[in-house]
Design a protein around this ligand. Structure first.
Ligand SMILES: [Zn+2]
Ligand SMILES: [Zn+2]
Length: 219
């Protein structure tokens, strides 16, 4: 079933941004000939600048919802009956508010640390490039808890970018994995990685010095 052209989906009107309180809206875009459907905070869509909430592809939302609700495969009718609303939290967790009154939390990026572990990594500066708008990622230190990297295109006027954010810790984990290391090493990163390309679907392409490229897919 081709879902790209649906206008009303089970998620319509059900998702709210936990950072700024605006609803999430559906956004379709084409990058390099491939169509992506994303759900983004409305304040990002309207102003392109005022909210740094985490975005989700529709595919990802369906997968997460299926897992959270215990379905083998996503079923829109079951979802609509079971879920009153979803709040997208600042760290990318999703709070599912169920019609029965219960709340279920889906934890974003299972590799992410508990809130009290925050890493701040300098060597990512200037090395992460957004595939959607061509700008680089910049760091936000969130009140001593989470450190995020986000595409600076989100803050620029006349650029409409909705590429996903990453926690510093997550980037370290993924980078270590891609370099075949048990633990992240800043010197190794500087030595091996020329640039990381961040794609709208959340995947990261690591460009190694010497021309090797490897792609990491968001789980
Ligand atoms: Zn928002
Ligand atoms: Zn961008």
């Amino acid at each position: 079933m081709d879902t790209l052209f649906r206008r009303v989906t089970p998620f319509t009107g059900k998702m709210k941004c936990g950072v700024c309180g605006q609803p999430f809206t559906r956004k379709k875009g084409t990058i390099r000939g491939k169509t992506y459907v994303h759900w983004i905070c409305r304040s990002q869509k309207e102003t392109g600048m005022s909210c740094t909430s985490v975005n989700f592809s529709e595919e990802e939302l369906e997968r997460i919802s299926a897992r959270t609700l215990g379905m083998d495969e996503f079923d829109g009718a079951v979802f609509e009956k079971a879920v009153r609303g979803i709040t997208v939290m600042e760290n990318g967790d999703l709070e599912f508010h169920l019609t029965g009154g219960e709340t279920k939390v889906w934890k974003n990026l299972h590799l992410d640390p508990p809130r009290h572990i925050a890493t701040v990594t300098d060597c990512f500066q200037g090395k992460i490039r957004c595939a959607a708008c061509g700008n680089t990622y910049h760091r936000v230190n969130g009140a001593g808890k989470w450190v995020y990297w986000y595409c600076i295109g989100k803050k620029r006027k006349n650029v409409e970018c909705h590429n996903p954010n990453y926690t510093d810790y997550k980037l370290r984990q993924v980078s270590a994995h891609m370099m075949g290391l048990e633990e992240f090493d800043e010197a190794e990163f500087e030595k091996q990685i020329e640039e990381i390309t961040a794609f709208p679907d959340g995947s990261l392409e690591f460009n190694f010095y010497g021309g090797r490229k490897e792609r990491w897919q968001r789980a």
